[in-house]
Design a protein around this ligand. Structure first.
Ligand SMILES: Cc1cc2nc3c(=O)[nH]c(=O)nc-3n(C[C@H](O)[C@H](O)[C@H](O)COP(=O)(O)OP(=O)(O)OC[C@H]3O[C@@H](n4cnc5c(N)ncnc54)[C@H](O)[C@@H]3O)c2cc1C
Length: 458
């Protein structure tokens, strides 16, 4: 009882911004930064802050390695991987990814893009990763850099004060309360702070359902083209095919949640049926064998109306998640984890600049999210996206600009932005005036077998 009362008093004092609690106790428990979640956003922030000598603690509810979706990365992360000191390990562990290919489900039309051809490209490759291994590697780097990492520990209560934050955690060892000057919420789609503060808003037009699994022995081209992510676009669904190792491939399908419900099938049955109906997918799956359970994720697109408070920042999916289509999730997670760490490092040195630095963090992350939201909206706007994308034009370097966005190489780049506006204009105009040939995006026998046509290169 006395213990409960003392803890209640400590929390009340912290919330009032009056740090008059027991100094000895606090010095044992006060961290510069607490991080909820040890995914790519959390581990990136933890490594960078710990390396500057800050006292950092990470709480991760799972025991790594654990399955996670989000396997295809973007090349603009390479400099951050260098900064984290993991580049060589990543090179040794994962398949490179030199670009992608987008194919129409009606067959015969596809476009490949290689990152090296992107507008102002600085990197020619990214990685295709098995997330369980990738996330563990990054979290181990946080530990090696000096962060205190607690796995199998859930943050289940929060007090967000004006001068500090208090977290209550639960693990096999019991309940624990810690205090930190700042908090970064990197809890992914659990959005601990977003839910706690009622900041979360869904993108109603992007309520999608994804079903996915790993397969062995899916056919793929040899050489560099065998490393590309392949996306197959149908009328009301699209598929990803991501090569993870020389023999293993991640395959998934995405559709409107209401389309999935109308199928009245289990995720496993739906995945099998959706694949069987797409000749452009099955043509590579003659010898394929599913080697993982079937996973599903739904209604995952949202944003938070605020990305910072007095003592906290949101990063990665905990800040917002748009859609898996352009593989931007891990890019945005690592980018925001890095920016959050740099922002807090500066704030810890110059506390009087906190408000401005937090606002600037929120503005810059929101502007990148907005760029991907426009791109995603265009993708789902109808067949016209595919009709324009599969007929790339050399005019004004629009295709390299689209390629740059697909590589994550576009944040704050005005030359890319105005070219993207033109691309969106062409997609809209295509609805009324067919500059490019029309596509059905519906598999038919004749169209489906036309895949031998020469590919178009974006
Ligand atoms: C269907 C689908 C396909 C996708 N494909 C891609 C892709 O190809 N490429 C790509 O880049 N992205 C992809 N993404 C997005 C990608 O999965 C995420 O954007 C990325 O994992 C975000 O990283 P994060 O660190 O923010 O969150 P996460 O990786 O989700 O990590 C959050 C961590 O927080 C922990 N946690 C949550 N709550 C608590 C708590 N209360 N206490 C302690 N720990 C907690 C979780 O256990 C988790 O480990 C896809 C997403 C979906 C839904």
């Amino acid at each position: 009882m006395t213990h409960m009362l003392r803890r209640w008093l400590v929390v009340q004092l912290l919330l009032r911004g009056e740090p008059r609690y027991n100094k000895r106790r606090m010095s044992a428990e006060l961290y510069d930064v607490a991080i909820i979640g040890g995914g790519p956003a959390g581990s990136t922030a933890a490594t960078l802050l710990a390396r500057t000598g800050r006292r950092v603690i990470v709480f991760e509810k799972e025991k790594f390695p654990r399955f996670h979706i989000g396997e295809s990365l973007l090349p603009s992360l390479m400099p951050t991987f260098d900064r984290l000191g993991v580049r060589e390990q990543l090179d040794r562990t994962f398949m490179p990814k030199y670009g992608g290919e987008i194919a129409a489900a009606c067959g015969g039309r596809q476009a490949k893009f290689y990152f090296k051809d992107g507008f102002n490209a600085k990197q020619d490759r990214a990685y295709q990763v098995t997330r369980s291994i990738f996330d563990e590697l990054l979290l181990n780097q946080s530990r090696a850099s000096g962060a205190e990492v607690h796995e199998e520990t859930i943050v289940n209560e929060l007090s967000l004060g004006e001068r500090s934050v208090v977290l209550e955690t639960v693990s096999a060892a019991g309940r624990k309360t810690i205090t930190a000057s700042y908090l970064i919420d990197c809890s992914g789609r659990q959005t601990v702070v977003g839910n706690f503060c009622h900041l979360k808003r869904s993108y109603q037009h992007l309520q999608k359902f994804s079903i996915f699994a790993h397969y062995e022995n899916v056919d793929r081209p040899s050489g560099i083209d065998g490393t590309l992510i392949r996306m197959v676009r149908g009328l009301d669904r699209w598929f990803w095919m991501i090569p993870l190792t020389p023999t293993r491939m991640s395959i998934g399908v995405v559709m409107d949640t209401k389309v999935f419900r109308a199928l009245k099938l289990s995720p496993e049955e739906a995945l099998t049926k959706c694949i069987e109906e797409q000749p452009v997918v099955t043509e590579r799956m003659t010898h394929a064998e599913r080697v993982s359970p079937v996973y599903a994720a739904g209604d995952y697109s949202y944003r938070n109306v605020q990305l910072h408070g007095d003592r906290w920042l949101l990063a990665g999916d905990a800040a917002g998640f748009i859609d898996p289509v352009f593989s931007s999730g891990v890019y945005l997670a690592v980018l925001s984890g890095e920016k959050a760490a740099d922002t807090l490092e500066q704030v810890l040195r110059e506390p009087h600049r906190r408000r401005k630095l937090f606002q600037s963090y929120e503005r810059s992350f929101n502007s990148v999210l907005k760029m991907y939201l426009s791109f995603v909206n265009s993708w789902y706007s109808g067949r016209e996206f595919m009709e324009v994308f599969l007929n790339p034009t050399d005019i004004l370097q629009i295709a390299p600009a689209v390629n740059a966005l697909l590589a994550g190489n576009a944040s704050n780049s005005f030359p890319v932005r105005w070219r993207m506006w033109l691309f969106y204009f062409f997609v809209r105009a295509q609805r009324y005036i067919p500059f490019s040939p029309r596509l059905t995006l519906t598999p038919t026998k004749a169209e489906g077998s036309a895949l031998t046509n020469e590919p178009v290169t974006a």
